[in-house]
Design a protein around this ligand. Structure first.
Ligand code: NI
Length: 174
């Protein structure tokens, strides 16, 4: 699937709730998202990024070329996700976005979030997510609200070209 880039109006819409996760259209959408995020070396994807303004995201953390230090997790689709609780504590970390190619941002996120969502069978699930996985969730959840990480940058210098980012995290010779 083609990934829409910032400037496309769907990325700025508030996505609609899914009435029935088991509908064939939603099941196909989940499958497409899982393939798309893997092929693009992402760690997460939200349905609006492939043009479907629906409350559906996938967390698909695994080490890859864009996120070499990402933890390995079973890819997890989440429909109609909600945040039940979050830590007071926030942490900064670098984020990129498949819809904002060539940029990285230094973004504050809650260290821990307790979330509920419908799995692809339509069952309600509750999970506590921490650190990088909590960050992925908050980033993807933002897409459902029409936000991207650039909206969360606290200082204009905290959004940098990807080439500068790689110099910071992997200096030559390191
Ligand atoms: Ni994104």
């Amino acid at each position: 699937m083609e990934i829409l880039e910032l400037g496309h109006p769907v990325l700025r819409e508030k996505a609609r709730s899914i009435a029935d996760v088991r509908q064939p259209h939603i099941q196909q959408l989940i499958d497409s998202m899982l393939v798309t995020v893997r092929d693009a070396d992402g760690v997460g994807l939200a349905a609006p990024q492939i043009g479907e303004s629906l409350r559906l995201l996938v967390i698909a953390s695994r080490p890859n070329s864009r996120y070499p230090d990402a933890p390995m997790l079973e890819p997890t689709p989440m429909a109609n996700p909600r945040v039940l609780r979050h830590s007071e504590e926030r942490a900064f970390g670098w984020e990129g976005c498949l819809s904002v190619p060539g940029r990285r941002g230094w973004i504050p996120r809650y260290r821990e979030v307790e979330v509920e969502y419908l799995d692809r069978s339509g069952n309600l699930q509750c999970r506590v997510l921490r650190d990088f996985v909590a960050r992925i969730f908050q980033h993807e959840f933002d897409h459902l609200e029409g936000l991207v990480f650039l909206d969360r940058v606290q200082n204009p210098n905290d959004a940098i070209p990807e080439s500068e980012y790689w110099k910071k995290v992997k200096p030559l010779g390191a």
